[in-house]
Design a protein around this ligand. Sequence first.
Ligand code: SF4
Ligand code: SF4
Length: 470
Amino acid sequence: MFNSKSAHAEEFISHEEILETLEYAQAQKDNITLQKEILNTARQAKGLSYREAAVLLYTENQEILNELYTIARELKEKIYGNRIVMFAPLYLSNYCVNSCRYCPYHVGNCTIARKQLSQEDIKREVIALQDMGHKRLALETGEDPKNCPIEYVLESIKTIYSIHHKNGAIRRVNVNIAATTVENYRKLKEAGIGTYILFQETYHKENYEYLHPKGPKHDYAYHTEAMDRAMEGGIDDVGIGVLFGLSDYHYDLVGLLLHAKHLEDRFGVGPHTISVPRIRPADDVDLTEYPNAITDEVFHKLVALLRVAVPYTGIIVSTRESEQSRAEALELGVSQISGASSTSVGGYVEKEEENSAQFEVNDTRTLDEVVNWLLGLGYIPSFCTACYREGRTGDRFMQLAKAGQICNVCGPNAIMTLKEYLEDYASPDTVKKGEALIAREVEKIQNEKVKERVVAHLQELHEGARDFRF
Ligand code: SF4
Ligand code: SF4
């Protein structure tokens, strides 16, 4: 039975509730009056229920869709302004005991090179990332209690935070590791992680079990209840996501929104971020096996729907998406992107000789090229990590976000961290564009005291000081 406050996966992600929702939504496909009412609700930036979002997902009325995209753009602008937070993934280990059919790291793949970074390797990778200008990482590992135990992950986090090459620093480490115990989540919290990220892959239990035939990840309930354990372990910023294309996207969108509702109803705080990867070619993965793979059009519709359904949750896209697809997704609601990513273990220091990548990267530009491109589109590339370092996490963060106050710090922080990037890492053309954008953005700051402080800090940054934040 459906119960969003239940601790049991099959009750808070109720298969029957999803099917009923989809049936209901399909029946409203031509109900333009209802769809317009839902758009009016969306416009108020208070989010949509999973049923309302599902109704809009089924509509094919172009006028309604255009309006949806307009509202998504407006909410994006209102809540996130023009800043885009930058990050990079860091793959520590691709040993894995699971058998996910869509991932080349699956245990049965003998054609892939298995690697695990030593602490010395990690230092080299982190220095390479710092030398590009990155400040925020997402750690990635396969699941292997023997080759990649929690102690290794904890030690690696410590190593990453300890490295300061030239003016570089990694100030926020998000962690994307397999579902684990409350005790291990507590250890991750103590190690100072930012967000704990775990993709559900698909909420459809039968498909989930087919796609994960062996290994601990086969256990749908243990995987789906991971965020509950993370919250019990004290991690209050969690990031969810599905791999679109594994199952019917209508089903998985409703699943995602039910998961968000569950976290909100049970813990008082919804997900900090939602990631929207979609299935991509990779070693030993045959895309023809995935008839549910989604088109660009559907992908962007999903981004817009998520933006209006959960306006205060960050949306992340990776370099799986092409430059063009990312440009559109940024307009419709994405607030965080990765740049210059390597999806291989050790890939930032050494170009791949042996294949160890998790998926093919579509956007292969350097970080400077991505920053330059964002500036050209009028965005402020932000290297901000302030909230978690200021203790603005979980419900504290959400309250500020919902009260519209978080923008007051995001903007100035974006300006100051971009300035750091320009001083330390940017090419001359990026510096030129970046300085011009900063000058324009400073003028937009309405609070005179904040503006004065930002102007003073910009000068101090130019003179060599680092790491200012609101
Ligand atoms: Fe292992 Fe994760 Fe790949 Fe599955 S998706 S095979 S758990 S690395
Ligand atoms: Fe993110 Fe907080 Fe920085 Fe805004 S101020 S960009 S919400 S870390």
